[in-house]
Design a protein. Sequence first.
Length: 257
Amino acid sequence: MTTDNNINHHHHNNHHNNNHHHNHHNNNLHPIRPPPSSYYPPHPRHNRNYYPHSSTSSSSASIKGCCCCLFLLFSFLVLVAVAVIIVILFAVKPKKPEFNLQQVGVQYINLAATNPPSTAVNSPTASLSLAIRMLFTAKNDNKVGIKYEDSAFNIMYRGIPLGRGSVPGFYQPAHSVRQVQTTVTVDRVNLMQADAADLIRDATMNDRVELRIMGDVRAKIRIVGLTSPAVQVSIDCTIAISPRKQSLSYKQCGFDG
């Protein structure tokens, strides 16, 4: 009986040992390992190949590229526009406008001596009042229209300003002639000493008062909706007025432009 138990016990131990050996062998074949550290994504701070500002740099580069392209496009359009204008100017061959003082009408002239020459110790003073109407002729021989700006004309006696007349701006079509007029009024302008003496002598003895009319006319040529830089025409006219006849006796004009 004891022998059978020992045999059974020995057989059980051998079976246990065989199972243990088999399990140990299986463990050696399939070891249980922890998950690799690479399973977790690396932190950006520990990754040498990570650039946190790469998107910002690319955005800045794209913005600079767009600005450069826009600048080149704008420059190209400006050059094209300038080339078109130059071609049109050569085709049209614009001329400067003609602006001439055609007529001068004396409405009235009055000269009053403040101190009569017989009682004056020094040279007498005088008060001058006059109104003259000036008729200008604008001639446009160009194939395109002309835009005139506001113009002003000064009337002087021996370099002394007496009054001022103005002509409002206007548009003149191509191949046309237009007349514009303005009236200059001088109301009791006092002339002192020598100038007054000369004016009284010219009016009473010679019946001839010379006046000078000076002014600038600015105009721009309009081509296909575009306006050229302003061109200027200077007018310098000398007129002589007869106080007795209340009329114009002499006119000579010069133009510079």
